[in-house]
Design a protein around this ligand. Structure first.
Ligand code: GLN
Ligand code: ZN
Length: 755
């Protein structure tokens, strides 16, 4: 019989119960025992869903109090020594101290889990890192599942992925130096799991899909051979990319099963199956764990028949990866129309999809016929629906020419015209867009959404904010102003709500990190802009000042990256459609007299594929999308862009190819380090390396910013240099914002006086 399972299930709860319990605990409103109870209830509920759907195992080990990597470290006793924890007696307060820090201890660093929007806590590797055993949470949770009568599969992050994702802090030359310490720890864990009667353990090694050198590849052979004795059956799981380059290695490993992501990389199946080891289980990840679309069950089943014929009962079925990355349940989406709703599947629905396929393969097609019929209908409706397919957009897209994605003249000519038009001083000062999103703003928006504030009243409240922001900037004597973005709840949602083809959920929360969840919109159809989105705000703001007012837009790649996207056309096509909509907005802004337009692309780098060989294909279309959105303007209209990070030396030619007249970037936290790489291939256009960190309420001194500016001047010509903060100011309060900007303007003025 074909087995159905999942690599993991979202832990937050359909109503974000875990988030609210965590936050109450942090505030001191509930005790550790109450928080633990919430966790235990959620686990029981999620296992119940898995069993009820008809999975053969429930997954244990995917729950975490903050993050799964942190939990793994707790299990191994490998949390950073600097916290001074008692490894065997960790309290939940300890977990949260490691995750969030306090005045005595800085928090562990956080970074994105592969190419997802989930953030994990980065293990800290030092000479005295040990894996001598920590808390027993995994064994306790297994006992909980067993006592509820579930067949439990344990899940663990694999030793090599764990080592790889950590950072060497001190005393080690290579992360693999820790291998001799971590392998015995995993041996002990596996032996204990076996003692506890666990038949299968899923060990996640997603790094297998990355570019790995021989040292890491050899370590796989060594480690998994060492782990082969005294253990439950091992299902090694890979996801997010193809592992077909590793076929020989994987076939040689002494494991009982292998999971493949056949949504991201369906083509790998053929290579891996070519000489599939006798008796090995293949867990086929066929249901998309990274997106929210209902699966095309019939076509999946057709493909699976052949695999089933080859592998028989050794074929298992699963989502492509853990369902952590999708919302919990569609059942509460009461505001989406019936047709669109029929196209979607969240985690709970995806369990049913896996089971429907399993039933069909096991000869019970009649039992799940209704699911197949419903899926067929949804697929057919998606293929034809006028909500999705807009011939006007498609025609426009097909007609894009090189001219459309190229400014009329090169930067060297444009900048002269722009200087003439704007007459800015040397080292012009500006900001990134948003100003403090105060309680007043949030309240006005909430009241408006509730219907207790009329449209005109809301408009006036936002205009009052804009007046305030403009007035303050004039007082500060900033050179290029912004309107402050008070009308925007979120930089993607704001635009998505005004574009055809974008859908929103009421409850589609996905964990981003710790208690923080995001609710990404979903792009279901050809993107189309029915009317101007920002023009009236920018126009209004420009009327308040004689200084240039920057128009402010979110770029196509960021719109794409922070949404669930269509799976019925390439990402690049969707990006170009968004770019067309933005292009019209840019043209309208220009027509309305806005002379500078900033198109933010904070997620540009995030879109990079996991394998380096795929980078240039991505970068080519990402750059093209940006240029399509921006290259519509006259030479004397100045295009700005913004990115919230500074590591782009490896993609600098593409950043330059975007050909924005001005780019503002994050550099203050890295002490202008990025500029080090600028030597031979300096960024050719204007650049504003952030001179202060907006992530902290601390007001930077004039001298600090002067020092950073001097550093920038050693690499960049004075004429190309702008002065601005690192990022938008929406999370800051007014007093610190004013104080910081005052110092920033002062730093620029002092510098001007010296040249
Ligand atoms: N213009 C946006 C702001 O200032 C940019 C935000 C971002 O870079 N994430 O808020
Ligand atoms: Zn930013």
């Amino acid at each position: 019989m074909t087995i159905a399972h999942t690599l993991g299930f979202p832990r937050i709860g359909a109503q974000r119960e875990l988030k609210f319990a965590q936050e109450s605990f942090w505030r001191g409103d509930i005790t550790e025992a109450t928080l633990r109870e919430t966790g235990s209830d959620l686990r029981a509920r999620h296992w119940g869903l898995q069993k009820q759907a008809g999975l053969d195992f429930v997954s244990v080990g995917d729950f975490a109090w903050y993050d799964q990597v942190l939990n793994t470290l707790a299990l191994l006793g490998a949390l950073p020594r600097r916290f001074g924890f008692d490894a065997k007696q960790l309290t939940l307060a300890d977990y949260y101290l490691a995750a969030r820090g306090n005045p005595q201890h800085f928090a562990m660093e956080m970074t994105k889990w592969f190419d997802t929007n989930y953030h994990y806590l980065v293990p800290e590797w030092t000479a005295d890192t040990s894996f001598d055993g920590g808390t027993d949470w995994l064994f306790e949770e297994l006992a909980q599942a067993q006592s509820l009568g579930h067949a439990a599969k344990a899940t663990l992050i694999g030793p090599l992925t764990l080592l790889y994702l950590g950072k060497i802090k001190s005393g080690l030359t290579h992360k693999l130096d820790l291998l001799p310490r971590i392998i015995p720890a995993y041996q002990r864990l596996l032996a204990r799991l076996q003692e506890q009667g666990v038949e299968w353990v899923q060990i996640d090694e997603p790094i297998l899909a990355l570019d790995l050198d021989n040292a890491w590849l050899d370590a796989f052979i060594l480690s998994y051979n060492a782990l082969a004795q005294n253990t439950p059956k091992v299902l090694l799981s890979t996801y997010f990319e193809s592992v077909q380059e590793r076929t020989a290695l994987l076939h040689a490993l002494p494991i009982t099963g292998l999971h493949l992501d056949l949504v991201r990389a369906p083509q790998q199946l053929r290579t891996l199956l070519a000489n599939w080891p006798q008796g090995r289980v293949l867990s086929a990840g066929v249901i998309d764990g990274r997106n929210i679309w209902r699966a095309d069950l019939s076509s999946l089943l057709a493909d699976l028949h052949a695999v089933h014929a080859q592998l028989g009962d050794n074929l298992w079925l699963a989502p492509s990866c853990s369902l952590l990355h999708v919302p919990v349940d569609l059942a509460t989406e009461t505001a989406i129309d019936a047709e669109t709703l029929s196209w979607l599947a969240f985690a709970t629905q995806k369990l049913d999809e896996v089971v429907a396929l399993k039933q069909a393969l096991n000869g019970n097609a009649d039992k799940v016929a209704h699911q197949f019929t419903a899926a067929d209908q949804a697929i057919a409706s998606r293929r034809k629906s006028v909500r999705i397919h807009n011939p006007i957009v498609q025609k426009r897209l097909a007609a894009i020419t090189e001219q459309d994605v190229t400014r009329h003249n090169a930067f060297k000519q444009r900048i002269g015209q722009q200087q003439q038009r704007f007459a800015l001083p040397l080292f012009p000062t500006t900001s990134i867009g948003s100003f403090p999103q105060t309680r007043t703003i949030r309240q006005a928006r909430a009241t408006y959404k509730r219907g207790d504030l009329s449209h005109l009243e809301y408009l006036e409240a936002m205009r009052a904010e804009i007046r305030l922001v403009v007035e303050q900037q004039e007082k500060l004597d900033i050179d290029v102003l912004v309107h402050g973005e008070p009308e925007r709840n979120d930089m993607v949602e704001y635009f998505g709500e005004q574009l055809w083809g974008y859908g929103f959920t009421l409850n589609g929360w996905v964990q981003s990190y710790g208690s923080r969840c995001v609710k990404p919109p979903f792009i279901y159809g050809d993107v189309y802009r029915p009317e101007a989105m920002t023009v009236s705000w920018s126009e209004y703001a420009q009327r308040l000042t004689s200084k240039p007012m920057k128009g402010m837009l979110t770029g196509p790649v960021t719109m794409l990256q922070w949404s669930f996207v269509r799976d019925d056309q390439p990402r690049s096509t969707t990006a170009l459609q968004i770019a067309l909509a933005l292009r019209d907005e840019v043209a309208d802004l220009e027509k309305a007299g806005i002379g500078m337009i900033q198109i933010d692309e904070p997620a540009f780098r995030e879109g990079l594929p996991l394998k380096q060989q795929d980078w240039s294909a991505y970068l080519d279309w990402a750059v093209r999308a940006f240029k399509l959105s921006s290259a519509v303007v006259r030479d004397d209209t100045q295009i700005h862009t913004h990115m919230c990070y500074s590591e782009f030396n490896d993609i600098l030619p593409w950043i330059a190819a975007m050909d924005a007249d001005v780019i503002t970037i994050e550099t203050s936290r890295s002490d202008m380090e990025l500029l080090d790489g600028f030597g031979e291939f300096a960024y050719p256009n204007d650049i504003g390396p952030g001179v202060y960190d907006i992530h902290s309420p601390r007001v930077p001194k004039v001298s600090e910013m002067q020092r950073l500016l001097q550093k920038a001047r050693s690499v960049l010509p004075d004429a190309r240099l702008w002065v601005n903060p690192d990022c938008g100011l929406k999370t800051r309060d007014w007093p610190e914002t004013i104080a910081a900007l005052e110092n920033m303007v002062q730093a620029a003025k002092l510098l001007r006086a010296t040249v």
